[in-house]
Ligand binder design. Structure first.
Ligand SMILES: Nc1ncnc2c1ncn2[C@@H]1O[C@H](COP(=O)(O)OP(=O)(O)O)[C@@H](O)[C@H]1O
Length: 192
């Protein structure tokens, strides 16, 4: 079944604490602005942002079951659980909320890890997740500043901050994020 935007907002907002819904609203606002600035579709950016964290607070065993029962990218299951909600979010958007636009589904799926060959919409949603107004972590203002001038530059700085954090905690890095970062740097070099 297809949901209206208002219906989506209602069903998604009830699946997370207020604070996370506020974050989602910040991502909606920022993703639309970035889409307008960098030539992505603002309507798709808004929908992907509404849904990006829909599964963030689902029980971890539910996420694991959905990923393994539906043959979603199950290499994810041997990496950080924090990555799982993005894959499940795309699945739920498609199977429960009738989103059939692959660009929107991919932007949800890759909003945390990134991927090689990120689309404009992937980049917008992933960067918006780093810099929405409610975010407050060391270096966020630098990422915001870079994002004013370059979508890829802002995103590389965002991914670098995640990679640095993981390195500093000696945590295992899901390699797709490193590949995404390298690919964005290549794109920037090719365009300079
Ligand atoms: N490549 C990766 N490998 C392992 N963990 C990762 C990777 N990328 C992101 N993460 C984890 O996911 C977290 C960010 O997930 P995100 O959905 O943006 O959550 P939040 O919105 O709560 O910051 C990071 O802080 C890190 O712990």
């Amino acid at each position: 079944m297809k949901f209206s935007r208002d219906e989506l907002i209602k069903v998604v907002s009830t699946q997370m604490p207020d604070k996370r819904w506020q974050h989602t609203q910040g991502v909606m606002e920022t993703a639309v602005k970035l889409a307008e600035q960098y030539g992505a579709d603002p309507v798709k950016a808004d929908l992907a942002a509404i849904l990006h964290d829909v599964a963030k607070y689902w029980p971890i065993e539910t996420l694991r079951t959905i990923i393994s029962d539906n043959q979603l990218s199950d290499d994810l299951l041997s990496y950080n659980k924090q990555l799982w909600h993005a894959e499940v979010g795309a699945f739920v958007a498609s199977h429960e909320y009738g989103i059939d636009d692959l660009e929107i589904l991919d932007a949800i799926r890759y909003h945390t890890a990134g991927r090689i060959g990120m689309t404009l919409l992937d980049k917008v949603v992933c960067l918006a997740d780093y810099i929405e107004p409610g975010r407050d972590f060391p270096g966020v203002n630098n990422i915001r500043e870079l994002a004013n001038h370059s979508l890829e530059g802002g995103l590389v700085a965002g991914l670098d901050s995640t990679i640095s954090l993981l390195v500093s905690r000696r945590q295992i890095i899901y390699p797709l994020t490193v590949l995404a970062r390298n690919d964005l740097i290549k794109q920037m070099e090719a365009n300079s």
